[in-house]
Design a protein around this ligand. Structure first.
Ligand SMILES: O=C(O)c1cc(=O)[nH]c(=O)n1[C@@H]1O[C@H](COP(=O)(O)O)[C@@H](O)[C@H]1O
Length: 306
């Protein structure tokens, strides 16, 4: 995909091969951001219906206005912003240019950017996806990216290795928030372990290096899962972050977090997208909503600590 972004936020051509980064490991950066700002992650998901609700057109101008308003409202106060790439890709190269600008502006304002791209392919193609999001020379360079392990955990190796090199992170889908996920993720392998438990074990091993204060390799575990985690034999003590989508529009609440995550709740990065975004386009209302979710998360985590 060829992008034509404004020239002010990234190099016009990419050097060959991954660039070394001076960034500390992602896990350390994320832990610090969680300590300073609280663990909330807000999604930037410009649904067509939200654009309409905001009084915007379902076009590039609407996309720009929506995206830059969310960045202006939240990038200086939440730990993580998670743009969902699909909502930008559907506008073609001009949508990608908006995404590039949003990533750069969010990072400049102090938010970590988790690119929600859910990529996954054979290793050699995965290397290109990894370069897209985790190579500091890329116009879409982000602090972390979501990936899908359906081609096998080993196929993710180029992303896992580039993340270590560039101080970025990788979030692997383990137990997703949608009800359809169980047919794959709860499936039991010949050795008796579920697919999800196997992914979590891989991540635990990945995090064994650079484990303090937190590993850079995360799992996606839905906040909607209630007590079904036990059925998947999931050990959430992976030493890395746990991205927990599903709060708000999908029905989970902050109060569910201790029940779903138990002792691992300290590593949970709860995500809310529509639950916050529906309060736009008023910047103050977006901030108030994010602050309310952040407060509920803080109270839930504190009550779990006793
Ligand atoms: O990786 C994700 O972020 C993700 C994983 C998952 O299991 N479930 C899930 O909803 N998500 C994403 O999290 C966001 C949830 O949005 P809301 O339901 O509007 O809060 C969307 O961008 C989803 O693509």
């Amino acid at each position: 995909m060829t992008a034509h972004p404004s020239p002010d936020h990234h190099p016009s051509s990419r050097p060959s091969g991954p660039q070394r980064s001076s960034l500390p490991p992602f896990g350390a950066r994320l832990r610090r951001a969680m300590d300073e700002r609280g663990p909330l992650c807000v999604g930037i998901d410009p649904h067509a219906s939200l654009l309409a609700d905001w009084g915007l057109g379902d076009d590039i101008k609407g996309l720009e206005r929506f995206t830059y308003t969310v960045v202006e409202a939240l990038a200086d106060r939440v730990a993580v912003l998670k743009p969902q790439s699909a909502f930008f890709e559907r506008f073609g190269s001009r949508g990608i240019a908006v995404l590039e600008q949003a990533v750069a502006d969010s990072r400049a304002a102090g938010a970590l950017v988790l690119m929600d791209a859910k990529r996954g392919d054979i290793g050699s193609t995965m290397a290109a996806y990894a370069a897209t999001y985790l190579d500091p020379a890329s116009p879409l360079f982000s602090d972390a990216v979501t990936v899908s392990p359906y081609l096998g955990y080993g196929s993710l190796r180029p992303a896992l290795d580039l993340a270590r090199q560039s101080g970025t992170g990788v979030f692997v889908l383990a137990l997703t928030s949608n009800p359809e996920g169980a047919e794959v993720q709860h499936a039991v392998r010949a050795d008796g372990a579920s697919v999800a438990a196997t992914m979590l074990d891989h991540l635990k091993a990945e995090n064994a290096r650079d484990a303090a204060p937190m590993g850079s390799y995360g799992a996606v575990v839905g906040a909607t899962l209630g007590d079904t985690l036990a059925a998947a034999g999931a050990d959430l003590a992976i030493g890395g972050p746990l991205l927990a989508p599903g709060i708000g529009a999908q029905g989970a609440t902050a109060a569910d977090l201790p029940k779903v995550f138990g002792a691992a709740v300290a590593n949970v990065v709860p995500n809310v997208s529509r639950g916050v975004l529906k309060h736009g386009p008023d910047v103050a209302a977006l901030r108030e909503s994010a602050a309310r979710f952040a407060g509920e998360v803080r109270d839930a985590v504190a009550s779990a600590r006793g």
